[in-house]
Write a protein that binds this ligand. Structure first.
Ligand code: ADP
Ligand code: ZN
Length: 432
């Protein structure tokens, strides 16, 4: 049932003590980095006075911009010869960020991923097809070592090359896959084109969906298509990578491993904690990592705390599915819209197939939203009236969800370019 029973079911008071102890070590470590040494002296912070999570609030949060400015060595807390790996992400502006790992950091991260996978039911007898990109991206290697530690047969197939993915799924009868949600939907078109049925011809039992926001409706669709259970997997390279928070068998929020991180959920404008249950930005302090300590790191990810104990018995608090990012909110004719709201509507509409995108344009100083959506091929064979009704239905449901009326374009499957990495759902042409 548990990978590490003692740590997963540790009483909260003991967990607090463990957090305090690890935080104190982290503070001493942070003092060794150029970035935090400067920050502490600028804000007159004595790192020795930060003894428990409540004391953290005097420290200004660290942002992605800080990490970029600190490239390459300002966040490094150990001599370079202690470092055995780095991961780096390029981000949208192209200035990279880098995270370093000591051998012990990697060992702890591997354990964190193993614990996560175990909570989602992955076991030694599983065949684990890791369909995420290997390399600087943490989703590939991070999950890989966790799955190996459990003892699963781990296939490092990486992202893309859909034909080969399908062939492996069929030939090795993979029982667990780690996949980007939009790609899981897109792949079904190709599986069908190969004359295969994902339920009949494959043996998938567990699907780990991670690395991009997706709605509950998308999860249910993926489960339906593959005849498997799909679990939400959350992580970001800045605070290790996958395995930061993970769903257990109950699929109601993701346990965030609080012996590795101190969790805060704050109002992104005021930075004060949001009331329990309300959506805010996830802020994380790493307390179980040596090479790159991060204090109050602003993830940009929006979620809420799931209240109450989880029936699985794990005490680590749960966060909701990620609702969006502080930077992916669209402002359209003055209305705030998250792409996830659009996805939720589309994926709960029968007849809608697996891919969509939102295009924003400006014409004669007027903003226009076009929602392109692929629909089931059989609908194009039916009568036109039916198509028109579907289009109207989508339009009116979108209107009640996002309060603006987009133009809706129905397309055949395969019309919208699909990505093997994270999907680009919104194309904003208004600035061009
Ligand atoms: P990785 O996916 O390997 O962690 P990045 O560090 O580039 O790669 O991306 C991290 C970001 O991806 C997170 O900050 C979050 O916005 C998004 N993300 C990761 N997992 C999920 C998830 N399960 N649901 C929603 N968004 C996610
Ligand atoms: Zn649970």
């Amino acid at each position: 049932m548990y990978w590490e029973k003692q740590l997963e079911t540790i009483p909260r008071e003991e967990l607090s003590l463990l957090q305090a102890e690890r935080l104190q070590k982290t503070m001493a470590n942070a003092q060794k980095t150029n970035f935090y040494r400067r920050l502490f002296s600028r804000h007159k912070i004595d790192p020795e006075k930060i003894k428990s999570p409540e004391d953290l609030t005097v420290i200004p949060p660290t942002t992605k911009a800080d990490l970029r400015e600190g490239f390459p060595f300002d966040f490094l807390a150990v001599p370079l010869e202690e470092v055995v790996r780095l991961h780096s992400s390029s981000g949208t502006t192209g200035t990279p960020t880098v995270i370093y790992y000591t051998a012990e950091d990697l060992d702890r991260w591997t354990n964190q991923v193993a614990r996560s996978l175990y909570a989602a039911g992955v076991r030694k007898n599983d065949v684990f097809q890791n369909m995420m990109s290997y390399g600087l991206f943490t989703g590939g290697l991070g999950m890989h070592y966790g799955a190996e530690r459990i003892g699963a047969l781990t296939i490092p197939i990486g992202a893309g090359n859909s034909k080969r993915q399908i062939w492996f799924l069929k030939f090795f009868q993979s029982t667990t896959i780690h996949i980007i949600p939009s790609y899981a939907l897109f792949l079904t078109q190709l599986i069908k084109a190969e004359g295969l049925d994902p339920r009949r011809d494959f043996n998938i039992r567990t699907i780990l969906l991670g690395s991009e926001p997706h709605s509950e409706e998308t999860r249910r669709r993926v489960e339906e298509i593959y005849g498997a259970k799909a679990y939400n997997s959350y992580g970001l390279s800045e605070v290790n990578g996958p395995g930061v928070a993970f769903e257990c068998a109950f699929q109601e929020g993701m346990h965030l491993w609080e012996d590795y991180y101190i969790l805060e959920i704050v109002n992104p404008h005021t930075l004060s904690p949001v009331p329990p249950g309300e959506v805010g930005e996830i802020v994380l302090t790493t307390i179980y990592r040596d090479a790159t300590p991060l204090l109050r790191y602003r993830t940009g990810d929006l979620a809420s705390l799931v209240e109450g104990p989880c029936p699985c018995g794990r005490v680590h608090r749960r966060i909701s599915r990620i609702q969006g990012r502080t930077d992916d909110m669209l402002i359209f004719r003055g209305v705030n819209i998250f792409p996830m709201q659009i996805e939720k509507v589309l994926m709960s509409t029968p007849g809608v197939d697996t891919n969509y995108r939102v295009i924003l344009e400006r014409e004669d100083y007027q903003d226009k939203m076009i929602v392109e959506v692929e629909i089931k091929p059989e609908l194009f064979l039916g009568d036109l009236q039916k198509l028109a009704r579907l289009r109207e239905r989508i339009q009116s449901e979108l209107r009640s969800e996002i309060l603006v009326t987009p133009e809706v374009v129905l397309l055949e499957p395969g019309s919208i370019p699909a990505s093997e990495g994270k999907a680009q759902r919104v194309i904003d042409r208004r600035q061009l």
